[in-house]
Design a binder for this molecule. Structure first.
Ligand SMILES: Nc1ncnc2c1ncn2[C@@H]1O[C@H](COP(=O)(O)OP(=O)(O)OP(=O)(O)O)[C@@H](O)[C@H]1O
Ligand SMILES: O=C(O)C1=C[C@@H](O)[C@@H](O)[C@H](O)C1
Ligand SMILES: [Mg+2]
Length: 203
């Protein structure tokens, strides 16, 4: 009886998951970089659970992020964000997309280093502006000069995001393509031959 042909994508995925162990794949980066959108795709490609810290904060507080900022202020939001992420990091393996400011917190960064592999989705200013202009749900950008705010955040945050384990430059391309590049970067980081990624993951 002849053996069934091996399934390379699945073999690669299994190898990646073995190397990942109980760690989470943690997306960091600025607002609009695609942490939520690409994180969800990567989770689907790897058959891992997906969780987004902003969505979890909204679910536990029963308030939206803008409402939390308005009612309790940014400092309280940051404290809640830290608590939520530290708790979520106990649940790996999974894909965890964080809010744009989360990685600026030293304790959060330390917890991510201990329980995850961090992926910085790096985007240029024009791309970020185009994406964030479509939704008014980012309190830090409720400002007469959102582009100036984003530029200042890039100056402050990019040196810190750059300490992530992996950097993936994102651009105006299909989400599946960017997600595939993240999986390739994860493979390289974990010392696995690149795995074939399908661009036909369900939308
Ligand atoms: N590669 C892509 N192609 C097309 N649209 C994209 C791509 N990546 C992200 N987007 C879109 O850009 C917008 C912003 O992406 P997303 O919400 O994932 O960013 P984020 O990094 O999670 O931002 P935040 O820090 O505010 O949560 C969304 O509407 C998303 O669907
Ligand atoms: O970059 C930031 O500081 C933020 C990004 C969003 O994901 C939200 O967490 C919130 O709007 C703050
Ligand atoms: Mg997000």
């Amino acid at each position: 009886m002849s053996a069934l042909p091996a399934n390379p994508p699945d073999e690669g995925r299994v190898a990646l998951l073995e190397r990942l162990g109980s760690r989470s794949v943690v997306f960091v980066g600025l607002m609009g970089a695609g942490k939520t959108a690409i994180g969800r795709k990567v989770a689907a490609m790897l058959s891992l659970p997906f969780i987004d810290s902003d969505q979890e904060i909204e679910s536990v507080s029963r308030m939206t992020v803008p409402e939390l900022f308005e009612r309790y202020g940014e400092l309280e939001f940051r404290a809640l964000e830290q608590r939520v992420i530290l708790r979520l990091l106990e649940n790996g393996p999974q894909v965890l997309s964080t809010g744009g400011g989360a990685f600026m917190n030293a304790q959060t960064r330390e917890a991510i280093a201990g329980h995850g592999v961090s992926v910085w989705l790096k985007a240029d200013l024009d791309l970020l502006m185009e994406r964030v202009s479509k939704k008014q749900n980012r309190p830090l950008l409720k400002n007469p000069d959102p582009r100036g705010v984003l530029e200042k955040l890039m100056d402050e945050r990019y040196p810190v995001y750059a300490t992530a384990d992996i950097t993936v430059a994102t651009r105006d391309d299909r989400k599946e393509v960017i997600a595939g590049e993240v999986v390739c970067a994860l493979c390289a980081y974990l010392g696995i031959d690149a795995i074939a990624t399908s661009n036909e993951v369900e939308q």
